[in-house]
Design a protein around this ligand. Structure first.
Ligand SMILES: O=C(O)c1ccccc1NCC(=O)[C@H](O)[C@H](O)COP(=O)(O)O
Length: 215
């Protein structure tokens, strides 16, 4: 399906969900490695999902402040195209991970207010891509995948960052068109907005999301 806006479906947990994302036109699929998450995958399952992913769709492993040992286990078992660092990894750690695994790295950055945008420049020197997500509340169990949006007006008129970036946080089939219009995003990421329950992606919601993002 031709589309200008690239969509990442994050937190897939079963081969049928991967196929639904592929059939709908997703350009990235995300596998979550964070035990507290309802989307967490053991590496063996993630390897099966990666094998079920058609060629041309980027397979992204999402980790949170992972150690080298944890990343080694993931990278050694799961064929991947990108690593997404979704914790408090410093720019130095991002550079280290890029160097160690030879994979492109996407750094997730939480935004709640104007001041949070300064980190975008800081990480633009080292990350291959940036994922601009809603900042999680202080007491949140998870650092992402919360269905929380931030004020998209913060990004209005600022679409030319030095690195490719993705908009994330609280996107749904009903609001993704407006989010793209307001921010100028050329890539979007969604997790809970296309789920029927936590960790269970819904094929029809995925289809509707990608259709709305591409319209
Ligand atoms: O999705 C998770 O469970 C998760 C766990 C730990 C860290 C990050 C996580 N998700 C991050 C993502 O990439 C989500 O797609 C992004 O935060 C948007 O989530 P949502 O608001 O639910 O669409």
């Amino acid at each position: 399906m031709p589309q200008d806006v690239r969509v990442k479906i994050c937190g897939l947990t079963a081969p049928g969900q991967v196929l639904a994302a592929a059939e709908a036109g997703a350009r990235y699929v995300g596998f979550v490695f964070f035990p507290k998450s309802p989307r967490h995958l053991e590496v063996g399952i993630a390897a099966e999902l990666a094998a079920a992913t058609p060629m041309g769709i980027a397979k992204v492993a999402l980790t949170v402040n992972a150690s080298d040992d944890e990343l080694d286990r993931i990278v050694d078992t799961v064929p991947l195209d990108m690593l997404q660092l979704h914790g408090k990894e410093s720019p130095e750690r991002v550079a280290e991970v890029k160097e160690r695994y030879g994979l492109p790295v996407m750094k997730a950055l939480g935004v709640a207010e104007e001041g949070d945008l300064a980190q975008i420049d800081l990480y633009s020197d080292v990350a291959d891509q940036l994922l601009i997500d809603a900042k999680p509340p202080k007491n949140a169990e998870l650092p992402g995948g919360l269905g929380l949006a931030f004020d998209w007006r913060l990004l209005a008129g600022r679409k030319y960052w030095r690195r490719p970036w993705m908009l994330a946080g609280g996107l749904t089939p009903d609001n993704v068109g407006e989010a793209i219009r307001m921010t100028g995003a050329r890539q979007v990421d969604v997790s809970s907005g296309v789920e029927s329950s936590p960790g269970v992606k819904d094929a029809e919601l995925i289809r509707r999301f990608i259709e709305a993002a591409s319209a």
